[in-house]
Design a binder for this molecule. Structure first.
Ligand SMILES: Nc1ncnc2c1ncn2[C@@H]1O[C@H](COP(=O)(O)OP(=O)(O)OP(=O)(O)O)[C@@H](O)[C@H]1O
Length: 259
């Protein structure tokens, strides 16, 4: 496996209003550096407010860093170059229903990335959407469904379909599976594992679930107050964590309770 994504000194501040006149600068991410290999799955864990969502948003290009860089296959990603970034790095959103347009059917919403990012004729775009629906375990007839007509597991599958449509190199997900009930969640995890094997895509996700992290991740990155506390293979961090926090986060039933 070769290095695909190189994150170097990624830093992000937020300014928070405290009272009427005072502002407080929060360092949400503090010089975080790590690399992700092709086909690798990396889980980002940490207490609430440790910077997980910030890191995911910066990788996806939804937000811009104050310092540091992200390189994909050796090429630096420019913060506002959404067109090339969205072809190579796609995001699975946490709330399937909220991330879809209620006014347009699933097919129209899946055709959109193809319309903007390919020069394929409409018939080929249509065919690709149908094939992708099938690939994520949905039916051709779901093309005509509106988001409110789908159950939560089906919505999660639509979000995954939207993420894989353009055959990206990296998929990122921020707590994407947390809202699903356990049996649906298990099905979606299996789908992600199958797709990962099939496509060789790298997958970076944040999660509060130690079970999910242990099951899915090849490597784990532990964040604490915006700093990278540890980054190593899942086996190493489970068996020989250097930090007590890593041990606590990976062995508690619910990471949120560790705060
Ligand atoms: N838009 C914002 N404005 C101000 N502060 C923010 C903003 N977004 C995040 N923060 C702050 O940045 C820090 C990191 O937040 P972030 O959401 O990345 O943490 P997280 O680890 O994803 O938390 P959680 O597990 O609760 O989702 C927190 O202190 C948070 O309050």
């Amino acid at each position: 496996m070769s290095n695909l994504l190189q994150i170097h000194n990624l830093t992000k501040y937020y300014v928070k209003q405290v009272g009427w006149l005072k502002q407080q600068r929060i360092c949400a991410l503090d010089a975080v550096s790590f690399t992700v290999r092709q086909g690798e799955t990396v889980a980002i864990i940490g207490e609430t407010g440790s910077g997980k969502s910030t890191l995911i948003k910066l990788i996806a290009g939804i937000d811009t860093p104050h310092a540091g860089s992200i390189a994909l296959n050796g090429t630096l990603l420019k913060p506002y170059d959404y067109k090339s970034r969205c072809q190579q790095i796609r995001m699975i959103f946490q709330d399937g229903l909220a991330s879809l347009d209620p006014q347009r059917n699933i097919g129209q919403q899946l055709l959109e990335p193809l319309r903007f990012n390919t020069d394929w004729p409409l018939a080929k775009q249509h065919q690709h959407v149908l094939a992708t629906l099938e690939r994520v375990g949905l039916l051709a007839e779901h093309f005509d469904f509106y988001p409110h007509m789908l159950a939560s597991g089906q919505l999660a599958r639509v979000c995954i379909a939207r993420a894989i449509l353009l055959n990206p190199l990296v998929i990122v997900a921020d707590e994407a599976l947390s809202a699903l009930d356990p049996s649906i969640r298990a099905q979606i995890i299996n789908l992600l594992i199958d797709l990962k094997k099939e496509m060789g895509v790298s997958f970076i996700f944040s999660s509060h679930s130690p079970e999910l992290v242990r099951h899915l991740a090849d490597k784990i990155l532990v964040l604490h107050h915006g700093k990278m506390l540890e980054f190593d293979t899942t086996v190493t961090l489970i068996t020989k964590p250097k930090q007590p926090l890593t041990q606590a986060l990976l062995h508690m039933e619910n990471l949120r309770k560790s705060v």
